[in-house]
Design a protein around this ligand. Sequence first.
Ligand SMILES: Cc1cc2nc3c(=O)[nH]c(=O)nc-3n(C[C@H](O)[C@H](O)[C@H](O)COP(=O)(O)O)c2cc1C
Length: 174
Amino acid sequence: MSTLVIVAHPDINNSTVNKAWRDELSQHEELVTVHEIYPEYPHGQIDIEKEQKLLEAHDHIIFQYPLYWYSCPPLLKQYLDEVFTHGWAYGSQGNALKGKQIGLAISIGSVPEAYTSEGNVQFTIDELVSPMIATTRFVKANYVGAHKLYSAFTVTPSQLAENTQTYLEFIKQI
Ligand SMILES: Cc1cc2nc3c(=O)[nH]c(=O)nc-3n(C[C@H](O)[C@H](O)[C@H](O)COP(=O)(O)O)c2cc1C
């Protein structure tokens, strides 16, 4: 079964990292279903039923996004608010995501040293994504970790290509 990769980038045409990731993943249709929510919902009107059916059809799900203010872009937050509904994702009747494998793929502008207890940010990325981890636990899914790319502004083409292959391996082993 293929992995559903939900891409949430507000400006993918001017992206370096998420565009490269998306373009490579799109070459592996046997492995990955790429679903880009910003082009799908340019006016923010999310088709909740369609999204729930898509999630139901995949046991492995990745949320891919650039780190924006130590969080995710707003449409992904809206997606979680609207698609992970009571009676579907949680509550006594809500088991749609139970047992699924859910992970993250995040591009990060700053250098890795910033994301340590001694660095500028003083939080690791794994600490900053704790709301995502808690959400997956709340819907009884298994959190499988985050693929990361730091220093997005200065990444070289060869570093990006190598990181993209690591992302593919991450998807294969979840
Ligand atoms: C609105 C906004 C907020 C951002 N916030 C952060 C941040 O909190 N931490 C960080 O390291 N980079 C931050 N960045 C940099 C982005 O993470 C970086 O540009 C992105 O990951 C690069 O991916 P892309 O090439 O796919 O656009 C921010 C960028 C924008 C536009």
